[in-house]
Design a protein around this ligand. Structure first.
Ligand code: UDP
Length: 239
């Protein structure tokens, strides 16, 4: 089934993609390239909400695996997403795109708190709204944050830009025979535990009928292609 007409999108970028070719952190040059892609997408008339992960800096699970308290580590992960949001805000504004960052953990010296009605107003005024700090609670991921913001902002689709070009029946990094789906249902993703987003994010999208489009953001120009319904991608929706 083709996607419905898309006017407002939630674009979720994994923190990893902000590293560029580095092993850790933020590569300002690469973030600047990403910002240009977001700008081009916006110039097609789309309203854009952005959510950026924090995996390039810190993941709660990794901290917990090394003996940290999980909730404490998750809060650190959420703070990492705020740093990424500020880096993207800087890059977008440097290429002339007005933005606002709204964080689920309030920090009024650096950004706004999440206020849905204010976010609506920003979008009406042509600003990109970057939602940071996930859902603002530990034991979640930014995928869940992205699904939540996509639902409350009534986005027509959630585009997940990551390092893989779609959803596979097994991990393509370990299985050379893995097969990529063009489309797959939410229920199959959940039943087969396919690695798209965590289950709470997929269920939230399913219950609110928000299609999820998984694509690689690492290739230049790919965001524009998938937004136009072209290029390599996997669409998760009801059959
Ligand atoms: N996190 C959290 N609650 C949220 C969102 C994020 O606790 O609502 C923490 C969690 O530790 C997570 C980290 O922030 O590992 C970074 O987010 P994520 O792993 O989703 O980033 P991505 O994989 O997209 O780069």
């Amino acid at each position: 089934m083709p996607l419905p007409t898309i006017k407002r999108v939630l674009l979720k970028l994994s923190g990893e993609v902000l590293m560029g070719n580095q092993q850790y952190g933020i590569d300002p040059e690469f973030v600047s390239e990403l910002a240009k892609e977001v700008k081009a997408a916006k110039e097609t008339g789309l309203e854009i909400c952005l959510v950026i992960g924090g995996g390039n800096i810190f993941r709660g699970m990794a901290g917990a695996a090394k003996g940290m308290d999980r909730a404490q580590a998750d809060y650190m992960g959420m703070l990492a997403t705020v740093m990424n949001a500020l880096a993207m805000q800087n890059a977008l504004e440097q290429c002339g795109v007005p933005t606002r960052v709204q964080s689920a953990i309030e920090m009024d010296k650096v950004c706004e708190p999440v206020i849905r009605r204010r976010a609506e107003r920003h979008l009406e005024k042509g600003r990109v709204v970057i939602f940071a700090a996930g859902v603002g609670a530990p034991y979640f991921t930014t995928d869940s944050g992205a699904a939540l913001r996509a639902a409350e902002m009534k986005c027509d689709a959630l585009f997940k830009g990551t390092s893989v070009d779609g959803v596979y029946d097994s991990d393509p990094k370990h299985n050379p025979d893995a097969v990529r789906f063009d489309t797959v249902t939410y229920d199959r993703v959940l039943a087969d535990n396919l690695k798209v987003m965590d289950a709470s994010a997929v269920a939230l999208c399913r219950d609110n009928k928000i299609p999820i489009v998984v694509f690689s953001i690492r290739e230049k120009g790919n965001l524009a292609r998938v937004l136009a319904g072209e290029g390599v991608q996997t669409i998760v929706q009801d059959s």
